[in-house]
Design a protein around this ligand. Structure first.
Ligand SMILES: O=C(O)CCC(=O)C(=O)O
Ligand SMILES: [Fe+2]
Length: 231
């Protein structure tokens, strides 16, 4: 059970995070002084934190976010600023928003960095709980491919609509094919023992602004028998 991180009553909280996550009977309220964070001592100290990094951590300035509304295109930039935090990672990571956090140097470790990361860890655990509700496992059996109709496949070409598909295929039971857009051809992916095929779905493609692709794939079971997979 996590301990609430509430500050002692004697400490003034200028702008507490307005979020509490119910966990059984307890509430987890991070004691993060946002007022302190958003009032840097000098504009230069704020500038040092700005999100000029490719991994998009740190400060995002007032008016930098400009959402688009398809029905009303004359809307102006948002009047909010933000601070983006993620898992603490070394430099040089491949992928979306992955790298070290950019912390405000003028705020004490115990006042800002530690409660922010503790709340981040708490939300990660909550996220996993929510994923338990959304995630499912499917056990698949494919018929042998002996169809005259060219429109019939074990699994017709598609992209996965969700987040992540983790596929375990029976060794030797090939049949998974991946569309390689650059060469405009299907690539056969052999089923290898102890190896997963990870498919990213449409939601991840949208989420990462297209950096990670929801790739087209299909299954043709030419193995001369049934084919099993689990995902
Ligand atoms: O069975 C396989 O190898 C692929 C299954 C698949 O593409 C899916 O379930 O979305
Ligand atoms: Fe799929």
């Amino acid at each position: 059970m996590d301990k609430p991180l509430a500050k002692p009553a004697s400490t003034p909280v200028k702008a507490p995070v307005n979020a509490a996550v119910g966990k059984d009977d307890e509430k987890y309220i991070p004691a993060i002084d946002l007022g302190e964070y958003f009032s840097p001592s000098t504009p230069e100290s704020r500038e040092k934190l700005a999100q000029k990094f490719s991994w998009r951590r740190g400060y995002e300035g007032l008016g930098e976010q400009h959402a688009n509304d398809l029905h009303q295109t004359d809307l102006l930039p948002d009047q909010k600023e933000g601070f983006f935090v993620g898992k603490e990672l070394p430099l040089g990571q491949v992928g979306f928003a992955r790298g070290p956090n950019i912390w405000p140097p003028e705020l004490a470790e115990t006042e800002f960095r530690r409660p922010v990361m503790e709340y981040y860890d708490h939300l990660m655990r909550l996220g996993l709980k929510i994923m338990e509700v959304l995630a499912y496992l499917k056990l698949l059996r494919y018929s042998e491919h002996k169809f005259a109709d060219a429109r019939i496949f074990g699994s017709v070409q598609h992209t996965d609509y969700g987040g992540l598909t983790i596929l375990l295929q029976q060794p030797g039971a090939d049949g998974f094919e991946l569309w390689h857009a650059a060469t405009q051809q299907w690539i056969e992916l052999p089923a290898i023992e102890d190896k997963f095929v990870i498919n990213l779905g449409d939601m991840v493609q949208r989420w990462t602004g297209g950096l990670y692709k929801s790739n087209l794939h299909r299954v043709i079971n030419k193995n001369g028998g049934e084919r099993y997979s689990v995902g």
